[in-house]
Every structure is written in C-alpha cells, then in structure tokens.
Design a protein around this ligand. Structure first.
Ligand SMILES: Nc1ncnc2c1ncn2[C@@H]1O[C@H](COP(=O)(O)OP(=O)(O)OP(=O)(O)O)[C@@H](O)[C@H]1O
Ligand SMILES: [Mg+2]
Length: 274
C-alpha cells in the first residue's frame, strides 16, 4: 500500500485557494471569522453556557490546531462552524456570509470514520458527490482514494479495513467535494501511536497538496504543534480561548527542534502539567 500522496489529474473545479507558494498579495476569500460566539444548551435544570465570547479567524489555507480538556466545548465549536448547530450568539461567517447550515464547502471528519458499512470504499467516498455523471464521480472518488494512500482498496468494505484505513477513507470522503475548509474532530484519536504518527505526516501532505484550511481538534500536544500554523488553547466552563500560540518551526517539523520543545512546554504549562 502506498502512503504517499500521488499526482492528481486536473479533474476538479477551480475553487479560489490561497497558494502556499504564492508570493503575491494574499487572497482573503474563504476567510472564516468567529466573532463573539457564545453557545448555551438547554438542560433539565435550565441552561449551561458551553462557549463564551469565542473570537477566532481562520485564513484560507491555514491549519489551526484546537486543544483543550474534555468537555470544554471543542466539538460544539466545530459543529457550529460546520453549520450542524445553528443557534448561538455572535457571528460565524465565511467571506462575511453567516453560516446557518452545513455546506459542501466545509468538510467534516469525526473521531470515528462513520462509513456506510454496506458500501465499498469507492462508493463511500463517492457518496457525497452531487454530479450525475457516474463515470466522472468514480474518477473523482479514485483520485481521492489515491490521495489518502488507499489505492488498491477501492472495492473493500469498511469491515475489511483497519482503523487507520477507515479514517483515510473518511478523510477522502470529506475532501471529495473540494471544500475550502476541512473540520477534523480528533480524527486520529482512535489510532495506535505508530499509525497516528504516519497519519499525521499524511495529513500534512494532504493539507500541502490541497491548500485548504483545516481546523483540527486534538488531545495530543505534539500532534497539535506538528501540524498547526497556530495552536489554539481553550479553557473550560465555559469554553473560552485562553491562548493562541503561533508555531514558527519550519515543516516538516522535527519534534526535537528546541522551538518545538519550547512550545510544547508552554502548552503543558497552560494545563499545569509541568
Ligand atoms: N446537545 C447537548 N445538550 C446539552 N449539553 C451538551 C450538548 N452537547 C454538548 N453538551 C455539553 O457541552 C459541553 C461541551 O461538550 P463538547 O462535546 O463540545 O466538549 P469537547 O471539548 O468536545 O469534549 P471532548 O474532548 O470530551 O470531546 C459538555 O459539558 C457537554 O455535556
Ligand atoms: Mg469532542
């Protein structure tokens, strides 16, 4: 099985993307803005405030790692960005347009792959494609299956895949409509340590290749630093943004780099873990 992203034919639509190598003025289209966002849930005894005054901007092509203790509201925030949850205070917008529903422009990958068990990998990946041309859909699905390193497993069913392979298929499915932003909720959380490190490298390759913004929740401090342009640290009860740490270490990042270690210590210090 190949683990490298392969060269893709130009099958897809030309969406506006900020190129990582582009030295011209940055293209701001596709900027995600979260402004003053608070979220309450109704519970038996009344209401709980889960998110409080969240402000965050995600530039096109930016990789944001989101880290915080269990229950601080990370998934809730991701669901708001995805448009899966629409009642909140404040504004979440892309290019000034308020998010009020899910959109193909925002792909979502959950902690568990959520593949349809009765469909093959290829059918699962093609499932979200809206075009009616089956041959073209199949070509697009295969292109993305290659991208995540699953070439040769197109006809496998989810039950025949390992956890890492199933998660790759889920990532391919989320990318297939060429979203401008990919939202990942602990996508590698269920994987063993070695597969996880390999998948981190692959996610980095996909991000570089696709030039899309990614917002990834993780509980793994090294993973957050390895991948993110910024690590956003959340505090809890209610969930707030406590600190945003820019990561200036050149990619691919060496975990023994002194700056990498310094950032790791800074994050652990925020959680009183040093
Ligand atoms: N639909 C809901 N109704 C009521 N409370 C909810 C609902 N969804 C989430 N909550 C509460 O909101 C808080 C934040 O939940 P959320 O799932 O966003 O946390 P999280 O940071 O993703 O945690 P974890 O790291 O464990 O996944 C929790 O206290 C949770 O109980
Ligand atoms: Mg969560």
């Amino acid at each position: 099985m190949t683990l490298q992203a392969t060269t893709l034919p130009p099958l897809r639509c030309a969406c506006s993307r900020a190129s990582r190598d582009d030295q011209s003025a940055p293209d701001e289209s596709g900027t995600l803005k979260i402004e003053g966002v608070s979220k309450r849930f109704k519970i038996d005894q009344g209401e709980i405030k889960v998110l409080d005054q969240i402000d965050l901007t995600v530039a096109p092509g930016e990789f944001i790692s989101l880290i915080g203790i269990s229950g601080c509201g990370k998934t809730t925030l991701l669901r708001l960005i995805a448009g899966l949850e629409t009642s909140y205070e404040g504004t979440i917008s892309i290019d000034g347009k308020r998010i009020d529903r899910p959109s193909l422009d925002r792909g979502v990958v959950f902690q568990e792959p959520r593949l349809l068990p009765w469909l093959t990998v290829e059918e699962n990946v093609a499932f979200g494609l809206t075009g009616k041309d089956r041959k073209r859909n199949r070509a697009i699905a295969r292109e993305h299956i290659d991208l995540v390193g699953l070439k040769g497993f197109e006809k496998f069913y989810p039950a025949q895949l390992s956890g890492g392979m199933a998660q790759r298929a889920a990532i391919a499915r989320a990318l297939v409509n060429r979203p401008g932003i990919l939202l990942l909720d602990e996508p590698l959380g269920a994987l063993d340590a070695l597969t996880r490190i390999r998948m981190q490298k692959e996610l980095l390759n996909i991000w570089r290749r696709e030039k899309i913004a990614m917002v990834m929740i993780t509980h793994d401090v090294e993973e957050a630093i390895y991948l993110g342009d910024k690590v956003v640290i959340m505090s809890s009860k209610p969930g707030r943004i406590r600190k945003v740490i820019p990561v200036g270490v050149p990619r691919p990042r060496d975990r023994d780099n002194p700056e990498f270690i310094r950032i790791k210590d800074e994050i652990l210090g925020e959680f009183n873990l040093l």
